[in-house]
Design a protein around this ligand. Structure first.
Ligand code: KG4
Ligand code: ZN
Length: 337
């Protein structure tokens, strides 16, 4: 089964052709990072405009690279939630147009489900059930993947997502956009024990976390130093900050794995590219004899291939959409279209 899959939920315009949910025939990603970098973050209006300009070319290239025409496809798929409303609407409208023109059925895909599915592309042996740490710019969840289209959220952030926490702290430290990547690089040169920072704990909810206090602590350290005319050791602050975030995520994931009797855990989303997080996951999973799956760096960020993988399983479950499909900017992973 060949699926053309489209992604435009944030600042990447992407398309891919995926066979039977596991094989990448082609994958094209057009990133807008350089342009949004001028403003220190994603500007939604610019993102929508660039998606509109790029989506045809990206789709044509994905088809050409895969050596297929629209006729050779079985289904079309598109990220329809969650994300920036204007950005999502570009992909959804384009996919509906393609569906109308070709008569191919349309599969709506949830963005976080597709991040999880990035693992299926890289690891043929991975099958549900497993426990997944889903960490992106907009979400931080501990998710039980009971089946390919059945999810339960066991833990979540109460405020900022992990990626957002990385980005906001990086910005306060004057590091270049995208902040998470810059902070990761600086952290590799620093001492993770140099600064004492608050733990992202939520009273009475052991699997939930809260990152906003942690970010405020970093901002206060920077302001206090500035007022005293002192300089802050940025690599040390990055290493300490990254260390607290990674421990908060991995400690909770390990508790959830133990409580739920899981043998397999995975990570997904842009933050799963973080080197500190990958190292800590590796260490803690080995210690507990858990099988660990993380996507290759090329599939951690937003891409169309992961959308095509999840779409295959949505199609097997009969989850299709009509031309009345709308973008849903804040739909939960366990909701249906
Ligand atoms: O999944 P993603 O590409 O887009 C969303 O769905 O949000 O995630 C983007 C997030 C950004 O916050 C970015 O700073 C973060 O992932 N990120 C990282 C790293 N690479 C990307 N955060 C920490 N360390 C990294 N190496
Ligand atoms: Zn994403």
């Amino acid at each position: 089964m060949k699926i053309l899959s489209l992604e435009s939920s944030c600042d990447e315009t992407a398309a891919a052709v995926i066979e039977d949910g596991r094989k990448i025939c082609s994958s094209v990603v057009n990133t807008q990072v350089a342009e949004h970098g001028l403003y220190g973050g994603v500007v939604p209006e610019i993102a929508s405009r660039r998606h509109t300009e790029n989506i045809v070319g990206v789709t044509e290239k994905a088809l050409a690279d895969a050596g297929v025409t629209l006729d050779g496809l079985d289904y079309l798929a598109v990220t329809a939630a969650p994300g920036l409303i204007g950005a999502l609407l570009v992909g959804v409208s384009f996919a509906k147009g393609l569906s109308l023109a070709t008569g191919k059925p349309l599969i709506p895909v949830h963005h976080l489900r597709s991040h999880i599915a990035a693992n299926y592309l890289a690891h043929p042996e991975l099958e549900p059930p497993f426990l997944c740490l889903v960490v992106s710019g907009g979400h931080s969840h501990i998710v039980s993947v009971d089946d390919y289209t059945q999810f339960r959220i066991l833990g979540r952030t109460r405020d900022d997502a992990a990626g957002e926490a990385f980005d906001k702290a990086a910005r306060a430290m004057g590091l270049p956009y995208p902040g998470g990547v810059s902070l990761d690089k600086e952290a590799s040169k620093g001492d993770p024990k140099a600064f004492r920072l608050p733990k992202p704990h939520v009273e009475g909810c052991p699997l939930d976390m809260s990152f906003s206090g942690l970010k405020t602590a970093v901002v206060n350290i920077l302001h206090n130093a500035e007022q005293r005319g002192e300089t802050v050791n940025i690599p040390d602050l990055c290493a300490s900050y990254q260390n607290v975030i990674c421990h908060a995520l991995v400690d909770r994931l390990m508790v959830a794995a133990e409580e739920g009797g899981y043998h397999t855990v995975a990570a997904a989303g842009g933050v799963s590219a973080n080197s500190g997080l990958r190292a800590l996951l590796d260490r803690e999973c080995k210690r507990r004899h858990l099988r660990l799956f993380v996507p290759p760096l090329s599939l951690c960020g937003d891409n169309g291939a992961m959308v095509g993988s999840q779409a295959y399983y949505e199609a097997l479950a009969g989850h299709f959409a009509g031309l009345d499909l709308n973008a849903a900017p804040s739909m939960a992973i366990d909701d249906e279209f």
